[in-house]
Design a protein around this ligand. Structure first.
Ligand SMILES: CCCCC/C=C/CC(=O)SCCNC(=O)CCNC(=O)[C@H](O)C(C)(C)COP(=O)(O)OP(=O)(O)OC[C@H]1O[C@@H](n2cnc3c(N)ncnc32)[C@H](O)[C@@H]1OP(=O)(O)O
Length: 392
């Protein structure tokens, strides 16, 4: 870690060298509260600092001084000569910290980086998302920046329930993202839900050919939709911002990383709806969490909290809801800077040997569901929801 920190300082210091011959007096504002940043917080601040825009020479000197104090303690090196302006400025900054304890310096470093991150987050919002979004989508907001393509389900008033149009738009967005120059792709939801799963009114749009034809075309749509996730070539991350239901949960087994807000829940009430598992969950869930836990979810509809889903391996990490967006996007921006080809190839190595099997499972699950959708159990459950007699 000392090496990494050294690189941070070396990376920033040339700016001071080039542009600052006059160094303002340092006024260090010590945090009176929370004087105990952990080593982990400090290391995370050291990583975060690399993502910040140039904060100016004064702040860079503060960071330098706090880093030295936190890692080496009070300045005890000889004072550089009067003409060695840069090193003298650094020495002065460090020396000005006097006998400040290492822990306090560490805390002040963490506080300073955190303040810089929030102001750079807000100042980097140059254009509102509405101006940056890709055209052609009605149910999604799709944006590409910082080497990240973000696909956001955007029917917040309907809890991001997935209509036929949304299935088709997600497939289009994934196909476009697989070819664009982004390194990673993220699926998330707008509003308080991640997604309430299949929009149950999809089942009301019966064509003149009848209900069997509807079940058949729905099975084809489902199969094509899930195939897009099986085949997606780049790292695919779910940022589960709130409760997730049905197919929005099952396909998580096909993602590479799943981050969840502490407010998220994971619910697959298939039996309640007279349906059966899809999204390859009949295979991925037992593999991820073991058959007994998978059965509780997929057969009995047990709803998991974010912490439970994480303990069972469906979720990679849970973040407090209040800091979810900030922490997840900071993490993802750092990941998106990794070499994209290496990430794609690593994903292939991890996933490719399963692909054929997953396609076969998807086909089988879709075939079984096609029959289920014609059953009385399913018809009654859907009617009960649509006539407001039942909710999950
Ligand atoms: C077609 C091919 C592919 C098929 C693949 C199959 C997938 C299987 C599944 O995904 S199964 C899961 C299906 N989802 C559900 O059963 C969820 C149904 N919704 C609810 O139970 C509740 O809405 C809730 C618990 C998600 C949220 O309850 P809450 O009280 O907080 O909010 P409201 O019920 O008032 O919802 C706000 C409006 O949103 C509409 N809505 C929410 N979810 C759905 C949905 N899945 N389908 C259709 N509509 C949904 C809800 O009706 C409200 O609309 P309104 O304001 O017009 O009344």
């Amino acid at each position: 870690m000392a090496g990494a920190a050294g690189r941070v300082v070396r990376r920033w210091y040339p700016h001071v060298l080039r542009s600052s011959l006059q160094v303002p007096a340092l006024q260090l504002h010590m945090s009176k509260t929370a004087m105990r940043a952990s080593q982990k917080d400090f290391e995370s601040a050291l990583s975060q600092v690399k993502l910040l825009k140039d904060p100016g020479n004064e702040v860079k000197l503060k960071l330098y001084a706090l880093y030295k104090q936190a890692t080496e303690g009070p300045c005890n090196t000889p004072k550089p000569g009067v003409f060695d302006l840069i090193n003298k400025a650094k020495w002065d900054a460090w020396n000005a910290l006097g006998s400040l304890p290492k822990e306090t310096a560490r805390q002040n470093y963490v506080d300073l980086v955190s303040g810089l991150s929030s102001s750079s987050d807000s100042s980097s919002q140059v254009k509102p998302e509405a101006d940056r979004k890709q055209p052609g989508y009605e149910t999604l907001v799709v944006t590409s920046e910082d080497s990240i393509t973000k696909i956001m389900m955007n029917r917040p008033a309907k809890k991001n329930a997935i209509t036929t149009q949304m299935y088709n738009e997600i497939m289009l967005a994934l196909k476009a993202a697989s070819k664009d120059d982004s390194a990673i792709t993220v699926l998330t939801g707008n509003g308080d839900y991640y997604s309430s799963g299949n929009d149950l009114s999809n089942f009301t749009d019966i064509p003149p050919e009848g209900i069997e034809e509807k079940a058949k075309s729905s099975a084809i749509l489902l199969r094509d939709f899930v195939d897009c996730f099986i085949d997606f070539p780049k790292p695919l991350i779910a940022a589960v911002n709130g409760p997730a239901v049905g197919i929005s949960v099952t396909i998580l087994g096909l993602f590479d990383t799943v981050y969840a807000s502490s407010r998220a829940t994971f619910h697959t009430p298939f039996s309640h709806l007279g349906q059966s598992p899809e999204g390859c969950s009949s295979y991925t869930f037992p593999k991820i969490m073991g058959p007994a836990k998978a059965a509780e979810m997929l057969i009995f509809g047990k709803k998991l909290t974010a912490a439970e889903a994480c303990a069972q391996g469906l979720v990679s990490e849970v973040f407090p809801d209040s800091t979810f967006q900030k922490e997840v996007w900071t993490r993802l921006k750092a990941y998106s800077k990794l070499p994209p080809n290496a990430m794609r190839i690593s994903k292939q190595v991890i996933r490719n040997r399963e692909k054929e099997k997953l396609h076969a499972i998807n086909a089988e699950e879709s075939r079984v569901l096609q029959e289920r959708w014609l059953s009385d159990e399913c018809t009654n459950a859907v009617m009960n929801f649509l006539t407001r007699k039942a909710k999950l």
